[in-house]
Design a protein around this ligand. Structure first.
Ligand SMILES: Cc1cc2nc3c(=O)[nH]c(=O)nc-3n(C[C@H](O)[C@H](O)[C@H](O)COP(=O)(O)O)c2cc1C
Length: 324
């Protein structure tokens, strides 16, 4: 059975699975491995100067002839966001994904350039504005997700956006770590899934072995959505957007003392405290979502795609058999 649908046809891929463009974790190797396996791999760009983004784009092109994407964080603070969109358009990347803040101006630029664009949203008002602009697909991100998210839970938010989508394909993000999540998304009428945490624990992701092992070891109970993780960074995320990561001795020590932590970070050079935290595996922030509970191993990205598809196909066949 093939899981092809309007999304796979629009993007020129085989499987309705997208690896998240995870800033600092998803480079050309991961994006290309996912795309070579028939899904859509996406590179993260947060904090990268546009020249570096262009280098990553060239590297990804060398590694795959299949479609892949570049993610751009579109909120006011985000460094280089507009220039990265320009670079992605000028380089004619196959797909662009946008997320956070007001993504509509960047969406319009991508649409004017004729580049398929997926827009990830965290709240319903933004979902409505994005749907009105009719992207290639809208990605509904629930707060179970790893990294930065809004406050809506995946299931009810996705159902609401599906009701409002008016023909725009809907993709589910947040809490999907295996074929069960993909089957559930497709069963509710979505066109596919974005998976971040699962692909962070892949051979090709750029994070350290310790970070990947932390996700594989997690039973899903030890994630925390908390301001403590952003306090060391000189970045102001939009209101309501909070990071989710694995709890650690760092989060235990500083939760409730975020103001003090921010003051400490402000007294150091930009990113100084982040670098200090990252130099110790005990305190390094391991951005990850609740789907860590179904991630029990570090695998090649192609194997993640294969297992997810096989498991979803079996579950969907069971659903169909029940109704036959
Ligand atoms: C380590 C990590 C980094 C992320 N970085 C980004 C990013 O740079 N841009 C973005 O749009 N989303 C980012 N996300 C969120 C993903 O786009 C996606 O919504 C999320 O991973 C889905 O939930 P899951 O982690 O349960 O699969 C990140 C997620 C993780 C786990």
């Amino acid at each position: 059975m093939a899981l092809s649908n309007e999304l796979t046809r629009a993007l020129g891929i085989e499987h309705p699975i997208i690896s998240a463009g995870m800033g600092g974790e998803a480079g050309p190797a991961l994006a290309a491995a996912v795309s070579n396996a028939g899904a859509l791999g996406t590179m993260g760009t947060i904090g990268l100067p546009p020249a570096k983004v262009r280098e990553s784009i060239a590297a990804c092109r060398d590694l795959t002839s299949r479609p892949w994407g570049v993610n751009v964080i579109t909120f006011d603070w985000a460094p280089f966001a507009s220039e990265i969109v320009t670079a992605a358009i000028e380089e004619r990347v196959p797909v662009i994904t946008l997320s956070f803040g007001d993504p509509v101006p960047a969406l319009r630029r991508c649409q004017d350039a004729g580049i398929p664009t997926l827009v990830q949203v965290q709240d319903f008002p933004t979902a409505k504005a994005v749907l009105a602009a009719r992207p290639t697909a809208i990605v509904v991100q629930g707060s179970e997700a790893g990294g930065h998210t809004g406050q809506r839970s995946t299931l009810s938010f996705a159902a609401q956006v599906l009701d409002a989508a008016d023909g725009v394909p809907v993709i589910v993000a947040g809490g999907v770590g295996n074929g069960r999540g993909l089957a559930a998304a497709l069963a509710m009428g979505a066109a596919g899934v974005v998976m971040g945490t699962r692909f962070k624990a892949s051979d090709e992701a750029t994070g350290s072995a310790a970070l990947k092992a932390g996700i594989a070891a997690s039973d899903g109970e030890n994630t925390l959505q908390g301001d403590v993780f952003d306090a060391p960074y000189p970045i102001n995320w939009p209101a309501g957007i909070v990071g989710r990561a694995l709890r650690s001795s760092f989060s235990e020590e500083w939760t409730g003392r975020e103001t003090e932590l921010k003051a400490r970070a402000a007294a150091m050079p930009p990113f100084g405290l982040v670098m200090e935290l990252n130099s110790n595996p005990e305190t390094q922030i391991n951005w990850a979502g609740e789907s860590a509970g179904v991630v029990n191993d570090v695998l090649p990205a192609a194997e993640i795609v294969r297992r997810t598809v096989v498991e979803a196909e079996a579950l969907i066949a069971r659903l169909t058999a029940v109704h036959a």
